[in-house]
Design a protein around this ligand. Structure first.
Ligand code: AOF
Ligand code: ZN
Length: 367
């Protein structure tokens, strides 16, 4: 492996540490190398700032002079809440910048690389571009389409059931799989559930892995009819971890007041013709709040709505080796498929065993 490739892969690994934490910004990694020695490493910090480059430069100190910077995204050129990384790289005496890809943010979009070149810094772009693009797919989707990317998580029996006929669901999967769910939450910006899940399970949707609890994760309930009890955990804990209820128009202010008083953000989006919420509008509203990666955690109504609207980019399906039969509750409500050709299809990208269970990850496979 060439040294450039080796260092860019290291920068990508650093960038991944920011996933779920860096929003509304992309999760970027930066490695500074001088005479073959790594002299500084950085990644985008919680809330999106400081940026990766300034972190790496700060850690390298005077050793940054003459170094090559490997960055997973074009360094910024705009005066945002921090001065541009281009200026910081130039001031630190960086001799060469290898960037995996351009930043499509209209404030940057090539200007960062142009400015570095104008400062007589050697600039190369495109190394590991596919990996860098996949890593920040959520940020690019937000910038380019005004939507986040959506992972649908399901945990079911082998026959796709998520609760017994009497409504029992704790626990279908084992502790290893449930721990992985918390890790998944930590890598997403927002967790989305339907109001049925809140009524049935009263989840608190936090990440309870020691050391990973304090991610700035938003908990969102899609709740057209305002069925969320004012006593729900998501409401009661809203001052400790942000929660948001997205509902349909037309509820009287008095119906919203208890949630708002508890610190829950309440937002309205149009209803869909079937009486649920327009889920595309819901996701667009989250993107406007800066959300780039959504983990949808159920229930069956939300899963079906997202699948019907073709809004699922990734599936994380945990299978427990049990069978409930047709009186168990299905993972997704009816999709009303007109033909087999209309079935949402996915491509398997990874399989893992977690204790007794299996996690299969899929990506959307365009028709
Ligand atoms: C970088 N390095 O680590 C990140 C960048 O609001 P600001 O000032 O923090 O700027 C946010 C924009 O900066 C964001 O939209 C994206 O274009 C870029 N993110 N740039 O040089 C980083 N996270
Ligand atoms: Zn920057």
């Amino acid at each position: 492996m060439s040294d450039d490739l080796h260092h860019m892969r290291a920068a990508l690994a650093l960038a991944r540490r920011g996933l779920g934490n860096a929003w509304p910004n992309p999760a970027v990694g930066c490695v500074l190398v001088r005479h073959g020695q790594v002299v500084g490493r950085g990644w985008t910090q919680p809330g999106g700032r400081p940026h990766a480059e300034t972190e790496a430069i700060r850690r390298a100190g005077p050793k940054a002079r003459g170094a090559t910077a490997y960055v997973t995204l074009e360094p910024c050129s705009h005066h945002g809440r921090t001065p541009p990384c281009c200026e910081a790289l130039e001031a630190a005496g960086i001799a060469r910048v290898v960037a995996a890809m351009r930043d499509p943010d209209p404030r940057v979009n090539g200007r960062g690389l142009d400015r570095l070149r104008a400062a007589a810094i050697v600039v190369e772009e495109g190394l590991c571009e596919a990996e860098a693009r996949a890593l920040n797919a959520g940020f690019f989707r937000r910038i380019e389409a005004g939507l986040p990317v959506v992972t649908l998580k399901l945990a079911s029996t082998l026959d796709g059931r998520i609760a017994t006929a009497t409504g029992e669901s704790r626990w279908i999967t084992g502790p290893e799989a449930r721990r992985e769910v918390h890790a998944l939450r930590a890598r997403h910006d927002a967790i989305l559930v339907g109001s049925g899940t809140v009524v049935a399970d009263d989840p608190d949707l936090t990440c309870r892995i020691p050391g990973m609890e304090r991610v700035p994760m938003l908990r969102v309930v899609a709740d057209a009819r305002l069925r969320t009890p004012a006593t729900a955990r998501l409401v009661a804990t809203a001052t400790a971890a942000p929660s948001c209820i997205i509902t349909a128009p037309g509820h009287p202010p008095a119906a919203l007041a208890p949630y708002i008083a508890a610190g829950v953000a309440v937002q309205t989006v149009p209803a869909d013709p079937a009486g649920g919420l327009d889920l595309r509008a819901l996701l667009a509203a989250l993107a406007r709040r800066g959300v780039t990666r959504v983990l949808a955690e159920g229930g069956a109504g939300l899963a079906a709505g997202l699948l019907r609207a073709r809004l699922v980019d990734r599936l994380a399906w945990f299978h427990a080796p049990g069978i409930m039969g047709a009186d168990g509750w299905p993972a997704a409500e009816g999709l009303r498929l007109a033909a087999l050709a209309a079935m949402p299809r996915f491509r398997r990208v990874a399989v893992r065993t977690l204790g007794p269970d299996i996690l299969t990850e899929f990506e959307e496979s365009p028709p």
